[in-house]
Design a binder for this molecule. Structure first.
Ligand SMILES: Cc1cc2nc3c(=O)[nH]c(=O)nc-3n(C[C@H](O)[C@H](O)[C@H](O)COP(=O)(O)O)c2cc1C
Length: 148
């Protein structure tokens, strides 16, 4: 079980609905590109993102099963669409719907890309509950906040 007691962990960054958060990775999930909105929303400078695994923004509330499904979908050359809670550099969070798919050059898969957009409050609540349940079922960390 993991315990969190940093108040920043509870702060949500709201994703603007007129901009897309874009990134690309190599075939191993290492970030090769991130747009300015990605940097702003995640709280990282571009130099802190390029060359890092995309799991740099992985939030501990996300079940491993979701990412297993993402990678399986990509390996089957299909597009993955899903709701993701991401971790900011300052340990705050932001929710998005991500569309992840292959980038092809001359018919050859060279990279992956992700386009993310905001989701409604109801959808966030629904997914927080769903992901809590999946993590619990799989024996993964349970959320716990310690007030001091
Ligand atoms: C194009 C692309 C975008 C991704 N975007 C995210 C993301 O925004 N947040 C995230 O946690 N994982 C994202 N992933 C999945 C990560 O590569 C990784 O599988 C995930 O964070 C789980 O980390 P782990 O494999 O170290 O457990 C993305 C993968 C790809 C290929």
């Amino acid at each position: 079980m993991q315990e969190f007691n940093r108040s920043e962990f509870l702060v949500e960054t709201v994703v603007p609905d007129d901009e897309l958060i874009i990134s690309r990775t190599d075939l191993n999930g290492i970030i090769t590109y991130a747009n300015e909105t990605f940097c702003e929303i995640s709280g990282y400078d571009i130099d802190e993102l390029i060359g890092k695994p995309h799991s740099i923004v992985r939030h501990p509330d996300m079940p491993s099963a979701t990412f297993r499904e993402l990678w399986e979908t990509l390996q089957n050359k299909k597009q993955w669409v899903g709701v993701v809670k991401n971790l900011r550099k300052d340990t705050g969070f932001y929710w998005v719907e991500a569309i992840v798919s292959g980038v092809y050059k001359d018919g050859e898969l060279i990279e992956y890309k992700s386009l993310r957009s905001p989701i409604s409050y109801e959808k966030k609540l629904q997914h927080q509950k769903l992901y809590d349940k999946i993590r619990q079922q799989n024996g993964e960390n349970i959320r716990k906040v310690i007030y001091q």
